[in-house]
Design a protein. Structure first.
Length: 262
């Protein structure tokens, strides 16, 4: 297997990180039950005889061609898109020209919803305009004679974010189908999430200290049953929750408490 192909593999995760392809063409052939990440820009990608796979393909400065693929989930950004003899595939698509399919069945298209670090630069390197997405202009060659089109449009449920250690936050320059822009949803592997403590009538939680990766805090949705202040002690009413109580700015209790308040 060369540096620019994944061939004859089953049940593995296959990854090309930024800088590992650098505009070369790439091929995926005869893959079964694999998860594939092409996190770089390429000149052409051909995907043939892949079954039961999850495939993420970064910006392609040329065609992305899918032949005889089945029962897979694909996210791909490309100049030209072609799918031939494919069955039961869902594509999250960016394409700056009109996508085309032929001889396909049960094919579904949604707007591109991929994100990874350096993606904006890779769109530029592949000469793709993030604002010019024709994902919903699919042309079914097989339906030219009045036959029913063999595809449908679906709403993508969520972003497919791929964090890369040491490369910063995932990013995505392509607007969603409703025109909204991407905001980072993934969290650091070292700290799963912020610990937010809302106070009734006091506005949104805030945090002036940057995170370990230099990012600044943005409010996340948190729901606690009760949060009150009593004699400078913050008491959180929860059924079972990891809590840390503070008095005059210093922690006084840390552990798993049960029903602090009746």
């Amino acid at each position: 297997m060369s540096d620019f192909e994944f061939t004859d593999v089953s049940g593995q995760t296959l990854t090309k990180e930024p800088g590992s392809v650098n505009g070369e063409s790439f091929a995926l052939k005869n893959l079964t039950d694999c998860t594939v990440y092409l996190l770089d820009y390429t000149s052409e990608v051909e995907v043939t005889d892949c079954r039961g796979c999850k495939i993420f393909i970064g910006p392609v400065d040329g065609p992305a061609i899918f032949n005889n693929c089945q029962s897979s989930q694909v996210t791909v950004a490309c100049q030209q898109f072609q799918a031939k003899s494919c069955q039961d595939i869902e594509f999250g698509l960016y394409c700056c020209t009109q996508p085309s399919i032929s001889g396909c069945s049960d094919v579904r298209f949604g707007c591109w919803m991929g994100a990874y670090p350096m993606l904006t630069a890779h769109f530029a390197a592949a000469n793709l305009d993030p604002q010019a997405n024709n994902w919903d202009k699919v042309y079914d060659i097989s339906a030219e004679d009045g036959a029913k089109p063999s595809f449908e449009f679906v709403q993508s449920a969520q972003y497919w974010e791929v964090p890369i250690a040491g490369q910063g936050q995932p990013e995505n320059p392509v607007p969603a189908a409703d025109g909204s822009t991407y905001q980072v949803h993934s969290h650091s592997h070292s700290h799963s999430q912020y610990w937010e403590v809302p106070i009734a009538g006091q506005g949104q939680p805030e945090k002036p200290v940057p995170a370990a990766d230099g990012t600044t805090y943005q409010v996340l949705l948190v729901s606690l049953q009760t949060c009150i202040f009593y004699h400078h002690v913050c008491v959180i009413k929860v059924l079972t929750y990891q809590v840390c109580l503070f008095s005059c700015g210093r922690p006084i209790v840390h552990g798993k408490l049960q029903w602090l308040l009746a």
